[in-house]
Design a protein around this ligand. Structure first.
Ligand code: SF4
Ligand code: SF4
Length: 337
C-alpha cells in the first residue's frame, strides 16, 4: 500500500495549501507560453506537455530583479535595499530535470558570496515533482546520468498512476513532509500501480565527451567553428535553461535617481565579454559556443563536482536554428571514438 493523491482531490489540496498561507504554483499556459505561475484552482494546471517552455528557474532567479534604489544628493547618496518578496510557496508539478537544475545551482549561488535572493526563495519553496511518463526526442536526462524519476532537488516525488487517476506520493525531505501534513487526511492508502516511466534514449557518452573536452589540444579544434556556424547568438538556449545563471548588474535611471537591477545575461552575446577597450576575448560565435559547452561539462563540474546541465533538452527544443547541446555532445562522442 502506498499513499496516493487522487486527481479529483487536487483542488482540495490547493485550497488547503492556500489556507495555510502558501502560494501555489504550477505548470500553466499564460499568453501562449507554457510556464510555471501562481494559481487559484487546480483546473488551471496543465500537465499535458512533456515540460513547459519556461523552467522553474524564473521563480528563484527572475529575469530582472531590483537590488536597490538610489538617490544622489549634493553631499550624500541615499540607498534603499530591495529584498526579494518573501512568503512560503509550493510548486506542484515540476519536472525532475527542472528540480535537479535548482540543486545544481545551489553551490554556485552559495560559493564565494551567498546570494540571499536565491536562498531566501529556495528556503521558502517546496518543490513537488511529477515523474515523467512521456518524453520527446529532445529529452536527454539519461545521457546526463539522471532518470525520468530522479529525486534530486525535489521535496516530494509523485509517480503518476495509470489512467491519470492520481499520483503515488514519495516524501523526500522534511520540508516536503511538512507541506503534505496539511493534506494528510486527503491522501489515501491504495495499491494502484504506477504508470510506466518514459523511455528516454541515451544520446551520447558523457564520460567520453568530458575526456575530449578536458584535452587542451581540443580547445582550438576546427570542430567548434563547424558545429556552431549557424548559431545566431539569440541566447534562447541560455534563458530557457534551468541551470544557466549568468547575470549582469546595471544601474537604470537618470543622473540623480535610479534602480540597481540584476538582469540575466548570456555567454552567447558578443557583448558579454567585451572589454571597455573594444577587445573581446571571445570575439566569434564559435568561441562563445565553446565556452558554453566547456563551462557546463568541464569548468563547472571541475569546481562543483556536478555538470551544469539537467538534460531537459530545452536548448535544442527551442533553438531557432535547430542547434543545441545535444547535437554538439553527440558529435563530440563520435570524435572521442
Ligand atoms: S544555439 Fe540556438 S538558441 Fe542558442 S544562441 Fe545559438 S541560435 Fe540561439
Ligand atoms: S543545457 Fe540544455 S539540456 Fe542542459 S539543462 Fe540547459 S537547456 Fe536543459
Amino acid at each position: 500500500m502506498t499513499k496516493i493523491l487522487f486527481s479529483d482531490k487536487l483542488d482540495n489540496c490547493v485550497e488547503r495549501w492556500k489556507s495555510a498561507g502558501l502560494t501555489v504554483i504550477g505548470p500553466v499556459q499564460r499568453s501562449n507560453i507554457s510556464t510555471y505561475a501562481a494559481i487559484e484552482h487546480a483546473a488551471e494546471l496543465d500537465f499535458s506537455l512533456v515540460l513547459p517552455d519556461r523552467s522553474i528557474k524564473d521563480l528563484f532567479f527572475p529575469q530582472s530583479e531590483p537590488m536597490l534604489r538610489y538617490t544622489i544628493k549634493k553631499e550624500s547618496i541615499d540607498t534603499d535595499e530591495c529584498l526579494p518578496p518573501s512568503g512560503p510557496r509550493i510548486i506542484f508539478g515540476a519536472r525532475p530535470c527542472d528540480a535537479s537544475g535548482m540543486a545544481i545551482d545551489d553551490p554556485l549561488f552559495g560559493w564565494d558570496y551567498k546570494d540571499e535572493y536565491w536562498f531566501q526563495r529556495r528556503n521558502e519553496t517546496v518543490i513537488v515533482t511529477i515523474a515523467c511518463t512521456k518524453a520527446d526526442d529532445f529529452c536527454m536526462c539519461t545521457s546526463l546520468k539522471m532518470a525520468p524519476d530522479s529525486t534530486k532537488g525535489s521535496d516530494i516525488l509523485l509517480r503518476p498512476l495509470a489512467g491519470n487517476k492520481g499520483w503515488q506520493v514519495e516524501e523526500l525531505t522534511d520540508r516536503g513532509r511538512e507541506a503534505f501534513k496539511t493534506i494528510a487526511d486527503i491522501l489515501q492508502e491504495s495499491s494502484d500501480p504506477a504508470a510506466p516511466l518514459a523511455v528516454v534514449e541515451k544520446k551520447f557518452d558523457l564520460d567520453a565527451c568530458v575526456t575530449w573536452l578536458q584535452n587542451p589540444e581540443n580547445f582550438e579544434s576546427r570542430f567548434w567553428k563547424e558545429i556552431s556556424m549557424r548559431c545566431i547568438g539569440c541566447a534562447s538556449c541560455t534563458y530557457l535553461c534551468p541551470t544557466c545563471h549568468c547575470f549582469d548588474i546595471q544601474d537604470e535611471g537618470d543622473t540623480y535617481t535610479g534602480i540597481r537591477r540584476k538582469n540575466w545575461d548570456s555567454c552567447s552575446f558578443a557583448l558579454f565579454t567585451m572589454h571597455t577597450s573594444g577587445h573581446n576575448p571571445r570575439s566569434t560565435q564559435s568561441a562563445r559556443w565553446r565556452q558554453r559547452i566547456m563551462h557546463k561539462f568541464n569548468y563547472f563540474p571541475g569546481k562543483f563536482s556536478v555538470n551544469s546541465c539537467s538534460g531537459c533538452g530545452r536548448c535544442s527544443r527551442q533553438c531557432p536554428v535547430d542547434m543545441g547541446i545535444t547535437e554538439t555532445l553527440q558529435e563530440i562522442s563520435k570524435l572521442s571514438l
